[in-house]
Design a protein around this ligand. Structure first.
Ligand code: UD1
Length: 417
C-alpha cells in the first residue's frame, strides 16, 4: 500500500512523454492467443494491469518476455481454458480472455471480472453478443462456462456502444465461420488499435472507429510485430496537471485527434493549447475559468476516464461548473476527498456542481480507484501545503512511474511506503 507525498504549489514546466495505451495493450495481449505462434508488441507500458494480464496468459500456457518496452508472447502452447477466480478478479480486462479463449480453444471457463469500483459494471452485452455467434453460455455460482464448438458470424446490434463488448465480440468473431457485423459498436481509438493488431496477424476486419464493424472470419492467423498507440488518458492527465499548476508542458507522443473534447474544454478555461503531429503544448498563466457544462459520453464525446482529472482543475476555477457523468453510475466518490482539501463540490446522482474556490489545501486523502486517484494527485500538485494520497496501487494500474514523470517537470512528489 504505497502513498504519494506531494508538496503543492510548484509550477509544472518542460516536456513529458506519454506511454503506450493501457486500454490498447490489454485487449491486444488477450488477442495474441488467437495465433498459435509468436507476437511481438512494441511501446508497452509497465503497469500493474499489464502484469496481471501477463500472469493470466502465463497461467494458460503462454511464454512471455517483457524486455524494455517490448513484449514477446509465445502462444504456441495454450492448453488451459480455465482462469481461476483470483486472477479474474485482478482487473476488469480479464474478461477479454472470454472471447479470446473461445476463438482459440472453442471454450472458456471463467468467473466474473474485478476492476475499479466506479459503479455497476455488468457484462450482459458481452454474453448476448457471444450467444449471437453461437456460443453456448452457462452461468452458475459466479462462474461462466462457454462452449463454442461452431462459432458462426452473425449480425449483432449492441444496446449500448460498450467498449469491452465490442472488443470481446471482435475477438470471438475473428476465427468464426462467416461474417460478423457489429452495429452500434463503440468507436474508441483503442478498438481501432485492436483491429489493426488483429489485421496485422491476418484477420479481416474493417470499420473500427465507426459504429459498424465488419469481421470476416479467417481460418488461421500468423506471427506479427505491432506498435500500440499512445495513451490518450495519460496525455489528458498531464494536460490537467499543467492547468492545475498554471504550468507549461509539452506532452510528447500525444495525438490531438484523440483528445479534442478535453482540448476544447481546457481552452474554455483559458489555457492556450498548440498541437503538432505528435505533441500537444499547453500554457496556463492564469487561474482557470469555470466551464458551463461537461457531459461524459462514448467516444468522441468527453471521456469518462478524464472526468475526475478535469473536476480537480475546476475545483480551483473562477466560477461554477457543472459536470454530468453518463457512463458509470458511481464515479464521483473521489469528490469527497477533494472536499477534504477545501473544494466546494455538491454531487446529486450523476451531476456534480463545482463552485471554484481560490485555493485548496493539502490533506491526507485516499485513492479508491484509478482515475479518481490520479485526480487527487493533480489536486495535491495545485494545493497549498502537503498532500498524502494513499492507495497508490490503484494509480499504478494505469500510470507508469507517475511520480518520476511529474518530478521530471518540476513537481515535488515522492512515493512513500
Ligand atoms: C472501457 C475502458 C474504461 C472506460 C470505459 C468507458 C478498457 C480496458 N476500459 O471499459 O477505461 O472507462 O470503457 O469509456 O478499455 N455496460 C453494460 N453491459 C455490458 C457492458 C457495459 O450495461 O455488458 C455498460 C456499463 O455499465 C457502462 C457502459 O456500458 O455504463 C460503458 O461500459 P464499457 O464501454 O463496456 O466500458 P468497459 O469496456 O468496461
Amino acid at each position: 500500500m504505497g502513498k504519494f507525498k506531494i508538496n503543492g504549489g510548484k509550477r509544472l514546466y518542460g516536456e513529458v512523454e506519454v506511454h503506450g495505451a493501457k486500454n490498447s495493450i490489454l485487449p491486444i495481449l488477450a488477442a495474441t492467443i488467437l495465433n498459435e505462434g509468436v507476437s511481438v508488441i512494441h511501446n508497452c507500458p509497465r503497469l500493474k494491469d499489464v502484469d496481471s494480464m501477463i500472469e493470466i496468459l502465463e497461467h494458460i500456457g503462454c511464454k512471455i518476455d517483457f524486455n524494455g518496452r517490448d513484449i514477446v508472447v509465445d502462444a504456441r502452447d495454450v492448453k488451459d481454458s480455465e482462469i481461476p477466480d483470483n486472477l479474474m478478479r485482478t482487473m476488469r480486462s480479464s474478461i477479454f480472455l472470454m472471447g479470446a479463449l473461445i476463438a482459440r480453444n472453442k471454450k472458456a471457463f471463467i468467473s466474473f471480472p474485478g476492476g475499479c469500483d466506479i459503479g455497476h459494471r455488468p457484462i450482459d452485452l458481452h454474453l448476448k453478443g457471444l450467444k449471437k455467434l453461437g456460443v453456448e453460455i452457462e452461468e452458475s455460482y459466479g462462474y461462466i462456462r462457454c462452449k463454442g464448438v461452431r462459432v458462426r458470424g452473425n449480425e449483432i446490434h449492441l444496446d449500448l456502444p460498450s467498449v469491452g463488448a465490442t472488443e470481446n465480440i471482435m475477438l470471438a468473431a475473428t476465427l468464426a465461420d462467416g461474417i460478423t457485423v457489429i452495429r452500434n459498436a463503440a468507436k474508441e481509438p483503442e478498438i481501432e488499435d485492436l483491429q489493426n493488431f488483429l489485421n496485422s496477424m491476418g484477420a479481416r476486419i474493417t470499420g473500427a472507429g465507426t459504429n459498424t464493424i465488419v469481421i470476416e472470419g479467417v481460418k488461421k492467423l500468423h506471427d506479427t510485430e505491432y506498435t500500440i498507440i499512445p495513451d490518450r488518458i495519460v496525455a489528458g492527465t498531464y494536460l490537467c496537471a499543467a492547468a492545475m499548476t498554471r504550468g507549461e508542458l509539452t506532452i510528447v507522443k500525444a495525438l490531438k485527434e484523440h483528445l479534442e473534447p478535453l482540448i476544447s474544454k481546457l481552452k474554455e478555461t483559458g489555457c492556450e493549447l498548440k498541437t503538432g503531429n505528435d505533441y500537444i503544448k499547453i500554457t496556463c498563466n492564469k487561474r482557470p475559468k469555470a466551464v458551463d457544462m461537461i457531459v461524459t459520453l462514448p467516444y468522441p464525446g468527453f471521456p469518462t476516464d478524464l472526468q475526475p482529472q478535469i473536476v480537480s482543475v475546476l475545483s480551483i476555477a473562477e466560477g461554477t461548473s457543472i459536470v454530468t457523468e453518463t457512463i458509470f453510475d458511481n464515479r464521483f466518490k473521489y469528490t469527497e476527498e477533494l472536499v477534504r482539501m477545501g473544494a466546494d463540490i455538491k454531487v446529486e446522482g450523476r451531476v456534480a456542481v463545482i463552485r471554484g474556490v481560490d485555493k485548496i489545501t493539502g490533506a491526507k486523502v485516499l485513492a479508491k480507484d484509478l482515475r479518481g486517484g490520479v485526480a487527487l494527485v493533480i489536486a495535491g500538485l495545485g494545493a497549498e501545503g502537503t498532500t498524502v494520497v494513499e492507495g497508490a496501487e490503484h494509480i499504478d494500474r494505469g500510470y507508469e512511474s507517475l511520480e518520476k514523470a511529474l518530478k521530471s517537470v518540476g513537481a515535488d512528489i515522492v512515493r512513500i511506503m
